[in-house]
Design a protein around this ligand. Sequence first.
Ligand code: K1U
Ligand code: ZN
Length: 169
Amino acid sequence: MAILPIVTVPDPLLKTISSPVESVDDELRKLMDDMLETMYAAPGIGLAAVQVGRPIRVLVMDLSEDEDNPDPKYYVNPVLTWTSEDLATYNEGCLSVPEQYADIDRPAECKITFLDYYGNEQHIHATGLFSTCIQHEMDHLNGIVFIDYLSSLKKSMAVRKVKKLVREG
Ligand code: K1U
Ligand code: ZN
């Protein structure tokens, strides 16, 4: 496995609409394994393929709070099929916007259809942090980063701080 470099704002790649995956094969599984290792190393709880320079509709997540009991999840071509009317607020972060956090409102619950690590179709009903995180990751597939929901002033301040962080290594 390999740790891949993570693309940060304002890289235009993060605005790309990611393409659907044609087939879940060994090459894709290798990318998903590398994404998971990259996410654990960061550390983070989710990662979209576009964040490692591959604009295809693939996500990985692990919401397990116990390092000794990992719970990796893989989502290929995920489709949001239902969102609740009630919203939940979470103080979100993003590995592509390091060290910046903001309260974001999203549907509290959602349902998603996707292909798993082996290409089998799955359906899930997500609540709590799972719902927040998967919606955040699915935004990446549509070229949206959480700071896009902020005022233009707050967004440009966040981008400026990330540029400075990256410059200073
Ligand atoms: O860059 C990303 O998309 C990953 C992002 C996922 C996320 C976090 C919070 C709300 C919605 C989506 C992160 O993982 S940021 C880092 C983070 O939240 C975290 C890091 C270590 C331990 C626990 C959380
Ligand atoms: Zn993110």
